[in-house]
Design a binder for this molecule. Structure first.
Ligand code: HEM
Length: 402
């Protein structure tokens, strides 16, 4: 058996593939990109077979092609991970025209102007959280101190949750984000949250204020959107904009602390922060489980015909490390010429919260490293409890000291 055969024998035929290093995707992705970029694999959760897509060019072709559906009910959609179908308003799991109608209603709310208007509030939240953290005796868990509360508080600000309800809201989001909590309890809490948001939307319709929910409420009839759908959009914002940011802060901080030269570059020249944030978002692709789609027609991608009714899993974490696009893809390099990674997806479902995400991450890291310059991991990185049990990769805990 020569080296190529050996390599071929190592090609995985099930998904997901376990990592061997906490800050890098599984090494098998490199082999798949080279040897079998469109691979037939069995999914762990239902034994069905899908096409596993690992190259950048193929990922782009599929995510940008309307013949691939995001709808759970499309035949072949790899959907059994969720026990119940997504409710009204959950447009991340819809195709046009419903996707277009709902996305369009939300679009102006997350644009640059609105996000910049939120910046002072986000900075205030980060100052308080990091200030409280700095006042404690280390070690401190960065996840509880900053990574989880920051996005939770930003979402309450965005949606216009009244101050008196914010503690309830933060406790609720904490339970939803805590993998240690019994799944039945998490479902219960999620339903409670939905009921809460339902009431909140009704209040905002009766007494509009200067916030996203009030504006969605005011514009929804003209856009042909029901109140239930607005509640669904609010829930989607919560789910999409909470664990992603929390884990990006967790995994990104770990990556920065493990790359002291890069951190020193950033400290020496804070103007490099936006480039650093972008590179950390690529390097630590927290959307760990590939993006799922189903073909609605026969489509040829990367020399392979995908038949109508077949499912695909587009591994953006692999596309983001594709050596055909990113030189030395495993290095954390703030000077990269290309920033068109797929951490926020690509095509019509590309992340609507990406401007807000970048601003939160910039503020989180500039405040953290500005206020606590001697920050370091309190345990070796291989003792950090990383989480790979969900769609979103990250850390359960990040013990830090200074
Ligand atoms: C680092 C943080 C984040 C990451 C890595 C991320 C990643 C993604 C990805 C990959 C998608 C595309 C999913 C697909 O194609 O199936 C997506 C969609 C979406 N994201 Fe984010 N996201 C982040 C933060 C946020 C925030 C802060 C918000 C809003 C508060 C948000 C709201 C959304 C929404 C509404 C969609 C659905 C868009 C659509 O289907 O048209 N995300 N996100």
């Amino acid at each position: 058996m020569d080296a190529a055969d050996l390599d071929a024998a190592r090609l995985p035929d099930t998904y997901p593939i376990p990592r061997t290093c906490p800050l890098d995707p599984p090494p098998e992705y490199r082999l798949l990109r080279a040897e079998r970029p469109m691979a037939r694999v069995r999914l762990d959760f239902d034994d069905s077979e899908v096409w596993l897509v690992t190259r950048y060019a193929d990922a782009r072709a599929i995510l940008g092609d309307p013949r691939f559906s995001s709808d759970f009910s499309t035949p072949g959609f790899p959907a059994r991970l969720t026990s119940s179908p997504p409710g009204p308003g959950t447009f991340i799991r819809m195709d046009p025209p419903d996707h277009t109608r709902l996305r369009r209603l939300l679009l102006p709310e997350l644009n640059r102007r609105h996000v910049e208007a939120l910046r002072p509030a986000i900075q205030r939240i980060a100052d308080t959280l990091v200030g409280d953290m700095a006042a404690r005796t280390p070690p401190v868990d960065l996840v509880q101190a900053l990574a989880l509360p920051l996005p939770s508080m930003v979402i309450t600000e965005l949606l216009g949750v009244p101050y008196e309800d914010r503690d309830y809201f933060h406790e609720t989001t904490k339970v939803i984000g805590d993998q240690g909590v019994d799944p039945a309890r998490r479902i219960q809490v999620r339903n409670d949250l939905k009921a809460y948001l339902d009431k909140l939307v009704a209040v905002k319709e009766a007494e509009p204020a200067d916030d996203v929910l009030s504006r969605l409420g005011a514009r929804r009839e003209e856009a042909g959107v029901s109140r239930d759908e607005v509640v669904g959009i609010a829930t989607l914002l919560m789910v999409a904009g909470y664990e992603t940011i929390a884990n990006q802060i967790g995994a990104g901080t770990a990556a920065l602390l493990e790359n002291p030269d890069r951190l020193a570059e950033l400290r020496a020249d804070p103007a490099r922060l936006p480039a650093a944030v972008e590179e950390i978002i690529r390097h630590q692709t927290v959307i760990d489980y590939g993006l799922r789609r189903a073909a609605t027609e026969d489509v040829e991608v990367g020399g392979q015909v995908i038949r109508a009714g077949e499912g695909v899993v587009v591994v953006v974490a692999s596309a983001n490390r594709d050596e055909a696009v990113f030189a030395c893809p495993d290095a954390l390099d703030f000077d990269r010429a290309r920033h068109d990674h797929f951490s926020f997806g690509y095509g019509i479902h590309q992340c609507m919260g990406q401007i807000l995400a970048r601003v939160q991450l910039e503020i989180a890291w500039s405040t953290l490293f500005g206020r606590i310059p001697g920050l370091r991991l309190a345990v070796p990185v291989d003792q950090v409890p990383f989480r790979s049990d969900m769609f979103v990769y990250g850390v359960h805990e990040l013990p830090v000291t200074w």
